[in-house]
Design a protein around this ligand. Structure first.
Ligand code: DLL
Length: 438
């Protein structure tokens, strides 16, 4: 690989020893920053009888307690921040386990780092200044749209900030502006391919797409093959989460043999999701990240719930930063529907708010074509209600509440009292029929 294929060759090809030295320096500094500026972390450290000076080498990381999604929820909206309110310049958000979203906050220094990370990420997948980047990730609170936007601008590419939806317009602009990079969820890419095929568009002849940057939800090698063939482009997996800036935590290089994690900004561990025990690299487990450079909302040992395997060996592309294999699944019950994180408990809280409904409910997610379908079966509290209530009004009431919380439109089915399956053991509220179709 030639030198100019790196965004920052000095950083991307550091030896492991140099990388570890940099990580330790940054770890010590971020731990002190957390202790001195975040009451949340100070309390956590004090409770464990830990002082920043106890972190002397990378192995000492294990002394620090984990941070979990619930910490962010419990400290909603900005209770975990480690910067002054006045120094915050932006926030992003994703769904939490209840009605409260998870808020990620950024100082202007954080924004500069994120923009640089995203530029490096797009560059690693082959994106260059001369590219036209069609960005169909959602703009707004979601980190996807703006994350790509900032990175592409740093790179100097032409960005088309179309956001999600408007499929016809997307296709028209991809064609007319000669987009070369497509950024969207993999399921939207499949959908675009389907609509294009119906319109008689042949991507290899009619379009200029050459690269796709797909992430925000799990996707398989089967989907990759399909997208590559149907859209005539090279598909790259990109990973990230709101708690760790957003997209730009890791990306595949042209070897497509795992996603390089930017280890100058993140420390990575894999743990046994049941016991919390740290696993040797190469073993499958839950990914745990420590941010080394984030100021507003640093994450010390953040449990992602995402299951993967870490490969430490140097990649054939020349980069030394470790790789994570494609996400294998999650260790909690979070669903990702059309790229949006949804917890069954969010749906439950809506159902429980309607006195006409029983406590039974069922969430059915499927992917009959390219896009996810999202159906909620709810059951009436007693038999008499069936003829007494206005079904349409109740359905719309539930639908609107679900949309408020998840931003998704769900199909609601009201069934008669006693119709939904009961279980003797753990209630099974979720039927994810997408498995095997992805
Ligand atoms: O989905 C950030 C992102 C935007 C990544 C655009 C890539 C592209 P959240 O909404 O906070 O952030 O959701 C984070 O999505 O914990 C994973 O479970 C899942 N996820 C993200 N990327 C991937 C991926 C964005 N490439 C959660 N493969 C994470 C599998 C992914 N799952």
């Amino acid at each position: 690989m030639v030198e100019n294929n790196y965004w920052n060759s000095k950083i991307e090809t550091l030896t492991k020893t140099e990388l570890k030295k940099l990580q330790l320096k940054r770890l010590k500094s971020i731990v002190s920053h957390c202790y001195n500026n975040s009451s949340f972390y100070k309390k956590k450290f004090d409770k464990s009888n830990l002082k920043p000076s106890d972190i002397r080498n990378l192995a000492d990381l294990e002394k620090i307690p984990f941070t979990v999604k619930n910490d962010l929820r419990d400290n909603y909206p900005l209770g975990m921040k480690a910067a002054k309110m006045d120094d915050l310049v932006e926030i992003h958000a994703s769904s939490g386990t209840t009605g409260n979203p998870i808020i990620g906050s950024y100082t202007s220094e954080d924004m500069t780092i994120w923009e640089e990370l995203m530029a490096r990420t797009i560059y690693t997948a082959g994106g260059r200044k001369s590219d036209v980047l069609h960005n169909a990730y959602g703009y707004g609170l979601f980190t996807g749209g703006l994350g790509f936007h900032y990175g592409a601008q740093k790179l100097g590419s032409l960005i088309v900030p179309i956001s999600g939806g408007m499929t016809q317009k997307q296709i028209k602009l991809i064609k007319d502006l000669k987009a070369t990079i497509l950024c969207c969820t993999p399921s939207f890419a499949v959908y675009l391919a389907e609509v294009m095929a119906k319109q008689g568009i042949i991507p290899s002849k009619d379009l200029d797409l050459r690269i796709g940057l797909f992430g925000a939800e799990p996707w398989s090698e089967r989907i990759r093959e399909r997208i590559q063939k149907e859209l005539s482009l090279e598909a790259f997996d990109i990973y990230g989460l709101t708690e760790l800036f957003g997209p730009g935590v890791s990306i595949e290089c042209n070897q497509h043999d795992g996603l390089h994690i930017w280890e100058d900004h993140f420390l990575i561990e894999t743990i046994d999701p049941k016991t919390g025990e740290v696993l040797p690299s190469g073993e499958e487990g839950e990914l745990v990240f420590t941010t080394l450079t984030k100021n507003a909302l640093p994450m010390l040992r953040f449990r992602t719930r995402d299951i993967s395997v870490i490969k430490e060996e140097k990649c054939a592309c020349g980069r030394t930063h470790s790789r994570m294999l494609k996400i294998r699944g999650r260790s909690d019950d979070m669903l990702i529907i059309r790229g949006v994180n949804v917890f069954p408990s969010q749906i439950e809280s809506v159902v429980m708010g309607f006195p006409e409904l029983a406590t039974q409910y069922q969430i059915i997610v499927d992917r009959p074509g390219a896009l996810d379908t999202f159906t909620i079966n709810v059951e009436l509290r007693n038999l008499e209600l069936y003829n007494q209530i206005n079904h349409e009004k109740l359905k719309n009431g539930i639908k609107n509440k679900i949309r408020d919380i998840t931003s998704l439109s769900a199909a609601i089915n009201i069934v008669q009292c006693g119709e939904l399956p009961r279980s003797a053991g753990k209630a099974k509220h979720v039927l994810d029929l997408r498995k095997g179709k992805m």
